[in-house]
Design a protein around this ligand. Structure first.
Ligand code: HEC
Length: 395
């Protein structure tokens, strides 16, 4: 089957769209079995694993597809950025909505992490208000508001109604409006893109099968660090908390909140501050090859060294290879540290102390979980984050 040039153009965007649909379908099935109550949530997840193997697999698909979706949209962003898509006059709105779409995605990750309400979910729920509390002026108010507002049921409604609607509206502006104008509309677009997505879906299916989230209380209690170096889909979000391992107060907030927020705002808005003359009119496919060759020329020494390679490969393949390599390098720089850090978080270890047989307080999240006076360690970010990564040391 010949894949149209325009589909490679937004290869990762197309994959992201299909993964979004996978999430919608798998999430709908999960919602049928999940119970958003403090005492029932984890039990309902465990029941899926004990009684409904196929649904358990769908749950793990939902987790791994979330990771792939995140990777796909980041790659889609890197590609668009390197290709300077923001310079295309009629694409400013596409750029802005594209960046804004990261917000609901982030919201999905936050709420999705909390919903199972085991100790990991509980820990995470406590860390969200903790981290916003660091923001000056509005921080303590925002933190208190999140605490008061939080119920598992509300987190569930945010996850399955509010965020999907926001995503749909943004996606409509970002992609659907344009896709609908193509011959065959959305369905033709999806059918054209599906073959490209098949390898990714296959990998997700296998990962979901071979690396499920350990959700049964194991018969043999694990050691605190067990499950370290076990890849899990959702730990990447811990990257925002890693600074608390090394810093306190302002410095921690700098790395985990301010810098990410500033990067986000700059990326979202900078095309609006560029001079009009820098924009070019949309010309299809123009960008790809020429852009890459042009930027390569700037680095003349590099070009000279690479000249023989270029001759052997031919200019076109050489430019493509260079493009693919630069994307890979940027991706490695982004995902490498993230992988290194989150890989070390114990996945099953929490159950060694926090399991049902340890009873109320240690086995079941305390009923007073919102009360920082009764649970003082909860306000101590350093304790909380260290406790996650090295539970055996801190407790
Ligand atoms: C070695 C046993 C042990 C392991 C393993 C362990 N914890 Fe804990 N955890 C404790 C103890 C003991 C406390 C109470 C500390 C205190 O209140 O001073 C605690 C406190 C907590 C708290 C604070 C809330 C509270 O009720 O005090 C959270 C949240 C938490 N653990 C989550 C986790 C998570 C998530 C993991 C896995 C990454 C984990 N724990 C692994 C023993 C453990």
């Amino acid at each position: 089957m010949k894949i149209k040039q325009s589909h490679w153009h937004h290869f990762f965007g197309g994959i992201a769209l299909i993964l979004l649909i996978v999430q919608l379908l798998s999430g709908t099935i999960l919602a049928l079995f999940y119970s958003p109550h403090l005492n029932e949530a984890y039990a309902s997840v465990q029941a899926i694993y004990n009684e409904l193997g196929a649904v358990a697999w769908i749950r793990d698909t939902h987790r791994w597809a979330a990771l792939f979706l995140l990777v796909a949209v980041i790659m889609h962003f890197i590609r668009s950025f390197l290709r300077k898509d923001y310079l295309i006059r009629d694409s400013k709105t596409l750029w802005l909505t594209g960046i804004l779409l990261y917000l609901p995605l982030f919201g999905f990750l936050l709420t999705g992490f909390i919903l199972p309400w085991e100790w990991r979910g509980y820990w995470f729920m406590e860390m969200v208000p903790n981290s916003v509390a660091e923001i000056p002026l509005i921080g303590s108010f925002l933190s208190q508001f999140l605490m008061d507002f939080f119920t598992l049921n509300r987190a569930f409604v945010v996850h399955v109604v509010i965020l999907p609607v926001i995503t749909l509206v943004l996606m409509d502006i970002h992609a659907f409006t344009k896709i609908k104008k193509r011959p065959g509309g959305l369905s033709a677009y999806l059918i054209d893109h599906s073959p490209l997505t098949v390898p990714f879906l296959a990998v997700i299916a296998v990962l979901a099968y071979t690396l499920p989230m350990p959700s049964q209380d194991p018969a043999i209690i694990p050691m605190p660090l067990e499950g370290e170096y076990m890849p899990t889909a959702e730990w990447f979000i811990l990257i925002f908390y890693v600074p608390y391992l090394y810093f306190k107060g302002f410095m921690a907030a700098l790395f985990s909140i301010y810098i990410p927020v500033i990067i986000f705002l700059v990326l979202a808005l900078f095309p609006y501050f560029l001079k009009e003359s820098t924009f070019r009119e949309r010309r299809r496919h123009e960008a790809d090859t020429r852009q890459v060759t042009a930027s390569a020329k700037k680095i003349e020494v590099f070009a000279k060294i690479m000249a023989p390679v270029k001759r052997v490969l031919g200019a076109k393949i050489y430019a493509k290879t260079l493009g693919v390599m630069s994307v890979t390098l940027v991706a490695l720089a982004l995902f490498g540290p993230l992988y290194a850090v989150t890989y070390e978080s114990p996945t099953m270890g929490c159950n060694s102390c926090h399991n049902v047989s340890s009873g109320i307080r240690l086995g079941i999240p305390p009923e007073t979980f919102k009360d920082r006076i009764k649970n003082p360690t909860l306000s101590d970010n350093k304790f909380m984050v260290e406790h996650w990564f090295y539970p055996q040391v801190v407790w």
